[in-house]
Design a protein around this ligand. Structure first.
Ligand SMILES: *Cc1c(COP(=O)(O)O)cnc(C)c1O
Length: 441
């Protein structure tokens, strides 16, 4: 802190240049001084670099020379580039402390390591495939009791809560069914059932630009930084945010012990990506809304929390600033969905989402393939469901691409210069209309 003599004593409490921020592994403290709007905070970060570098340097070093007790000694325990992104993330997540690890699943692993044999976990029935697999592992290897319930029903959650519920693990909106979970309602019910219960929210689908689970009463917010935070599909990362510093210390200890902290180069890339989060999300969400309306108007069953037809439209919009950029829709036929997915030109076939370019996938064949077909059926996951992850491209190009794919796949009936979805009965099994090819736009 370097306030010149005599410049207002009232400024003495403010860390004007950010140098007083403690380094990781000690807790980050981003909320000194005035807060700006999200769009401003996400762009600006202070790095305290000795040469005033505009971009935080990459400390590509495993070790730091010197005596024990200095800020950094070994990059598994702490690295200045990682500390930088962690502080920045804490600010935009409204967290007292943020931790950056090597993937979203790495974050989920760190969080669930606080569980002990006999502990109960209450979680959803439409979870990300990897989360499902990790919970299965904890069940078979760790003696943890996992209860999958329909988390859209607060009563179903309450019925599953006991004083042994050590963790409630939520995802909202779920993916690909876009089910909405009441974060505040479930958080208070869980804390009522067991005051030590840790409520964890996977915020990957929303990012801190749209939803801040800690503000809604959750104890932990984590997400895959591979998705919207990075925005370019060129790194893998996971981030964890907490307000309770003791809990943060437990997570830090796991990271330091297991060595999953985010590497310096990836920390730098994540910092670079996250600065455009707000503007990317704004554009992606706007495009997604238009595509959702386009599909719905033509008779497809569309799941997107931005549509008034979504059964939990009000709940979602009470806890999030927007509906995000992932939607799913059904065609009535697996074969038809496969042909649509194969017919798009701009929408690339890929798992994952959150990138600047648009993607299309069939979750049952790709991201959710690790959930066995029987379980998928139990959880009412339609095998024909198509997921669109909308990017920042020109909206007219995106809609034209979908139009030609729907027509080429035989998913629609042409009516004048527009078209409508075929009724579901008409498309059960093979439609035999693949020969109907139109010129590309
Ligand atoms: C991708 C994803 C994860 C896992 O993140 P990785 O970075 O791929 O390990 C967890 N939850 C959700 C909702 C995801 O989409």
């Amino acid at each position: 802190m370097s306030t010149p003599n005599g410049v207002g004593k009232h400024l003495a409490k403010l860390d004007l240049d950010g140098h007083n921020l403690p380094p990781s592994p000690t807790p980050s403290s981003p909320s000194n001084g005035r807060r700006y709007a999200f769009a401003t905070e996400v762009v600006h970060s202070k790095n305290g670099d000795q040469y005033n570098a505009s971009s935080m340097p990459i400390y590509q070093s495993a070790t730091f020379k010197g005596v024990p007790g200095q800020e950094y000694d070994y990059s598994r325990s702490g690295n200045p580039t990682r500390t930088h992104i962690e502080r920045h993330l804490a600010g935009i997540m409204n967290a007292n402390r943020a931790l950056a690890v090597s993937s979203g699943m790495g974050a989920c692993d760190v969080i669930t390591r606080i569980l002990r044999p006999g502990d109960e976990v209450v979680t959803g029935d439409d979870l990300y495939g990897g989360t499902n697999r990790l919970l299965m592992h904890l069940k078979t290897h760790g003696g943890v009791v996992v209860k999958h319930v329909d988390t859209t029903s607060i009563d179903a959650v309450k019925a599953a809560l006991t004083d042994k519920t050590a963790m409630v693990l939520l995802e909202t909106p779920t993916n690909p069914l876009i089910k909405i979970v009441d974060i505040a309602g479930i958080s208070s019910a869980a804390h009522e059932a067991n005051s030590a219960c840790v409520v964890v929210v996977d915020n990957t689908m929303m990012s801190p630009a749209l939803q801040k689970p800690l503000d809604l009463g959750a104890d932990v917010s984590y997400e895959s930084g591979t998705k919207y935070l990075c925005g370019h599909h060129d790194l893998m990362a996971g981030v964890i945010g907490v307000n309770d510093l003791a809990l943060g210390e437990k997570f830090y200890s796991v990271i330091n012990t297991t060595g999953c902290g985010l590497a310096p180069f990836d920390s730098w890339l994540l910092q670079r990506g996250v600065q455009t989060l707000d503007i990317r999300m704004e554009r992606q969400q706007r495009n997604c809304m238009q595509i959702a309306e386009f599909l719905e108007e033509r008779g497809f069953k569309v799941r997107y929390a931005g549509l008034k037809s979504h059964p939990q439209y009000a709940l979602h919009n009470s806890q999030a600033k927007g509906a995000g950029a992932v939607l799913s829709f059904e065609t009535g036929s697996i074969a038809l969905s496969e042909r649509i997915v194969e017919s798009t030109n701009i929408f690339g076939i890929s798992v994952s989402f959150g990138c600047v370019n648009s993607l299309i996938s069939m979750p049952c064949r790709m991201s959710h393939a690790s959930i066995d077909p029987e379980t998928r059926k139990q959880r009412a996951l339609p095998e024909d469901i198509i997921r669109l992850c909308v990017g920042i491209e020109d909206i007219n190009d995106l809609i034209d691409d979908l139009k030609q794919a729907l027509v080429r796949a035989g998913a629609v009936r042409i009516t004048g210069d527009d078209f409508v979805a075929l009724p579901n009965e008409a498309v059960e099994g093979e439609t035999g209309t693949t020969t109907q090819v139109v010129d590309e736009p």
